[in-house]
Design a protein around this ligand. Structure first.
Ligand code: ATP
Length: 328
């Protein structure tokens, strides 16, 4: 009999709205977030192995932008930890703990197929954690190590312990997030809603999410950034996104996009300002994705992509994506 194994996918994301409140005594920031899954996915396979403990491997698909960056020396896969620091490993361990499973003589191999930029503000590690939670949940039942799988709610609770974006990556689609981002309300997108196209502009330098939040806090204390506003996702943005009319009013969407982490991300990586200005000059709406440094540009359709092919710099990388409204 072949060893038990299970594979699951989870999407990367952009935040179309990310208002951040003042840091709380516990170190967390309350947020009002509009999460949108993008058409870029992480895939994780968890399989029972005869080698005790965990073994982690990472595959970067040949045709992916990450592989292109790696070939040009602009991405180093050693930035992805292969030990207990990897969020996928933490996710596997969380499911084992919740099920009361001890590995003993057996082990688990964790294979990650990576497409989402690392430290890019698109929740790549969180998507790995989400996919690993789902895959492990199935694998331990298939292996006969647990009599019944954890429920979606139980997985979501485990995910929230691992990181603020993990519950959304488990869910996918479009969702409003309050609290630290883990109190989610999914939004139903009518099937006939026009897909929203995005061009992601990648950076060859990552940004640490905690460092961007710390810069926001420091800058607010010094009056360099505005004080937090109301922590509420505007209804007008939600309506614009779920608008099923055939000619989508892009302006209705872009005029409400907000990211409180944009200014601190630009402070930490000043070159981002040039790219944002260049896009703005071309009439495009560009914004920092999450904690950056990836930039997202909303485009009318896949063909009227204002940035694709324009930049002659061999070390600049873009990805044409759509928002993926389907729930996982
Ligand atoms: P977010 O948007 O959720 O803030 P991010 O997309 O900016 O996160 P990640 O790609 O999740 O950032 O990685 C941030 C850091 O986490 C990496 O630099 C790496 O050291 C560590 N890390 C842990 N697990 C993973 C993983 N599975 N994939 C990539 N990085 C990971």
């Amino acid at each position: 009999m072949s060893a038990a194994s299970a594979t699951a996918c989870a999407p990367g994301k952009v935040n179309l709205y990310f208002a951040v409140g003042d840091v709380q005594p516990n170190g967390y920031h309350p947020v009002a977030s509009l999460y949108a899954a993008v058409s870029l996915y992480e895939e994780v396979t968890v399989a029972v192995s005869d080698e005790p403990g965990f073994s982690v491997s990472v595959e970067i698909p040949e045709e992916s932008v990450l592989a292109q960056m790696e070939r040009a020396g602009d991405f180093d896969r050693s930035s992805i930890p292969l030990d207990a620091r990897n969020l996928a490993v933490k996710a596997v361990q969380a499911v084992l703990d919740a099920q009361g499973i001890e590995l003993g003589e057996k082990g688990l191999s964790i294979h990650i197929v990576k497409n989402v930029p690392v430290a890019g503000g698109m929740a790549g590690g969180s998507a790995d954690a989400a996919a690993a939670l789902k895959a492990t949940n199935r694998c331990v039942v298939e292996a006969g190590w647990a009599s019944k799988a954890l429920t979606d709610d139980e997985l979501r609770d485990l995910g929230a312990e691992l990181g603020a974006d993990v519950p959304f990556c488990l869910m996918g689609g479009l969702a409003i997030g309050y609290g630290t981002g883990t109190e989610l309300t999914p939004l139903d997108v009518p099937a006939d809603t026009q897909p929203l196209h995005l061009t992601m502009i990648l950076s060859t330098q990552g940004l640490s999410t905690p460092a961007v939040f710390a810069e926001l806090d420091a800058g607010r204390a010094e009056g360099r950034y505005p004080a937090p506003g109301e922590l509420e996702v505007p209804q007008a943005l939600i309506y614009a996104l779920i608008d099923p009319s055939p000619s989508r009013d892009l302006e209705a969407t872009t005029s409400h996009i907000r990211n409180d982490l944009q200014a601190p991300a630009v402070t930490l990586q000043p070159a981002l300002a040039d790219v944002l200005n260049q896009q703005q000059g071309a009439g495009a709406h560009a914004f920092v994705s999450g904690s950056g440094p990836t930039l997202a540009v909303i485009t009318g359709d896949a063909r009227t992509n204002k940035c694709a092919g324009k930049n002659q710099n061999p070390h600049s990388y873009t990805m044409a994506l759509t928002l993926d409204a389907s729930k996982a």
